[in-house]
Design a protein around this ligand. Structure first.
Ligand code: GA4
Length: 331
């Protein structure tokens, strides 16, 4: 595994530490890549992928559309609200009172839906939908490749067992843009206690889905939690992607993979931070339970079976930082 150069950290709730983020080079020999993915997914639930094959223009086109969207006047942003919990949001996260110093746009990834929704997002909807659909297709392929490599490394019978869930025509995957506005220089820096919510960009949580593909511009903010609870910053790298293992994959692997807790600190730089996440999710009626190959008398199932729809419902009834999987543990 390529481990990036050590970083010294000393920020709120982090200790000074030297840790590298695991990095997986997809151009290496296939069995080596799959071993690296297994190690990183078990030990961190998080890794960077390099030599990912997604064209730079596919990324920059969508980032430009995202920047253009958040630059629009406030009343236009509110119109980007197609239905339910999708659309534009600001400061309010989810439905149960979580707050963060950001604004965002959440979209389903169905290409027809993207085309329809684009009319409320951009004055040039074909540009937005073209960029979004091109990006979604590319990162879904990337996510599927990572999942196939993971299945190979786990030596499970069906190598497509994970990727077919996010490729299913009824998949429930989501695309999210987060905009963390730059620090307002006119506002005096408040002197607040350690747990002050004002400093949270997007609070600590694990992603409920199977796999997240995250990419940001060159502004820092993302942090991941190590198994011992230590938080480490993730250096931004606009040309690469980060992979986040979600709760559903943790269950499918019977806890062999960990679903990493992560957060974004509020943006303290003078430029905006823009991140784009693809959350690969199964169809609502798909059953999520440990793969039989990963269960044995010595290694019993850690979770009760549930559908993705059940889990999504539980997620939306919970607070962002809750450990939602606790309710689905086998007794
Ligand atoms: C975290 C991962 C994705 O961003 C998201 C988030 C969702 C939301 O922002 O609407 C949730 C959060 C996320 C998990 C718990 C619930 C739902 C906010 C929240 C408090 C879109 C998702 O699928 O789950």
């Amino acid at each position: 595994m390529v481990v990036q150069s050590p970083v010294a950290v000393s920020t709120r709730k982090t200790r000074a530490v030297a840790v590298g983020i695991p990095s997986v080079d997809l151009s290496l020999d296939r069995s080596m890549v799959s071993d690296l993915i297994i190690q990183a997914s078990q030990n961190y639930g998080f890794f960077k992928v390099i030599n990912h094959g997604v064209p730079r223009v596919t990324i920059s086109r969508l980032e430009d559309e995202g920047v253009g969207f958040f630059d629009r006047p406030a009343p236009d942003l509110q119109h980007a609200e197609p239905a339910g919990s999708f659309g534009y949001g600001s400061r309010n996260i989810g439905l149960n009172g979580d707050k963060g110093e950001l604004e965002y746009l959440l979209l389903p990834t169905d290409p027809f839906y993207v085309v329809e929704t684009s009319k409320t997002i951009s004055n040039e909807p074909q540009n937005f939908s073209g960029a979004a659909n091109g990006y979604i297709k590319a990162v879904r392929e990337l996510a599927s490749e990572v999942l196939d490599l993971a299945a190979e490394g786990l030596r499970v019978h069906d190598k497509y067992v994970f990727s077919k869930l996010i490729k299913d025509a009824q998949n429930d995957s989501v695309l999210r843009f987060n905009h963390y506005p730059p620090l307002k220089t006119t506002k005096p820096k408040p002197c607040k206690d350690e747990d002050n919510d004002d400093e949270v960009g997007f609070g600590e949580h694990s992603d409920p889905q199977i796999l997240t593909i995250l990419r940001s511009n060159n502004v820092a903010g993302l942090q991941i939690s190590l198994p011992d609870g230590l938080w480490i910053p993730v250096p931004p790298d606009p040309s690469q992607f980060y992979v986040i293992i979600g709760d559903a994959l943790r269950v499918l692997t019977n806890g062999r993979f960990t679903s990493v807790r992560h957060r974004a600190i509020a943006n303290s730089s003078r430029v905006s931070r823009i991140s784009i996440m693809y959350f690969g999710a199964p169809p609502l009626n798909a059953t999520i339970s440990p793969l039989p190959e990963l269960v044995s008398p010595g290694n019993p199932s850690l979770f009760k079976p549930f559908t993705w729809g059940d889990y999504k419902k539980a997620a939306y009834s919970s607070r962002l930082g809750d450990c939602r999987l606790d309710h689905f543990k086998a007794s």
